[in-house]
Design a protein around this ligand. Sequence first.
Ligand code: MEV
Length: 313
Amino acid sequence: MKSKASAPGKVILFGEHFVVYGVKAILCAINKRITVTAEKIEENIICIQSNIGKLELEPNKDVSKINSPLKPFYYLANKIIKNKNTGIKIKVESEIPLGVGLGSSSACCVAGAAAISRLFSNISKEEILELAIEAEKTIFPNTSGADCTVCTFGGIMEYDKKNGFSKIKYEPDFHLVIANSNIKHSTELIVEDVKLFKKNNENEFSNLCKDERKLVEDVLELFKKNNIKVLGEKVNENQRYLETIGISNEKIRKMIQIGKESSFGSKITGAGGGGCVFALTDDTNLNKTINQFRNKNYECFSVKIDLEGLNTF
Ligand code: MEV
């Protein structure tokens, strides 16, 4: 018997870094997915295959000692098959570039939790989310759970540390052109750099938080009106704040410039220092924006909002 599930990746549209200091962020699920297939096998092993490698181990190993990006799958399989006298084979297929801030690890955890658990019982999306967050914590102990939540439920969400998540019911009709800098970054280190910036520039940082808070409120109004052009101005404004706190670099600035040429606005998504940028477009300027990145040899692709979230087959 096989069970299959898929979950979307995500982008942070507005509010990264400032969210760490209590400001609201806006996240959006994207229509690029990770698909996980799970299958019971007779042999007493947990076997995980993906395009970033393979992990094959007996059950009941100490998860903290496993050094593999596939560790969350092992955690999930090991937990779910406990006392069930079966092994498990897991296959992971991805349309999302891995490790560049597009939610690949969260989508893996959500699709993995769903595919494996549904071999045995029909648990709810809420329970799957809980399992997925536990699994993600084996690689990112400090995760807020925001990424797994948007991957599970799809659409656009607002999140702040105090009030948690809520789904935004307006779904503006835009495309995002996502370009990959191919610079590897460590979210943890960049968050530390921002902390240092804050320490050395308390007043400036506090004003930036105020500005970001106002910007996010404006954005929520623009969503209601589906005003993509003015939304693009907010994207550019947010990018200026991210430049100020020092998470950009020469290559990213070049990419943002290319992105801005024919889109409505362009910014970093996620931690910065590398990873991806996006450019906001509608049907009128989508192809031109893609071509501009490709002409300069940047890897890019376009996405829309994923409205579905977790899907099981
Ligand atoms: C990273 O994807 C988002 C950050 O805001 C860090 C965080 O929220 O934990 C940079």
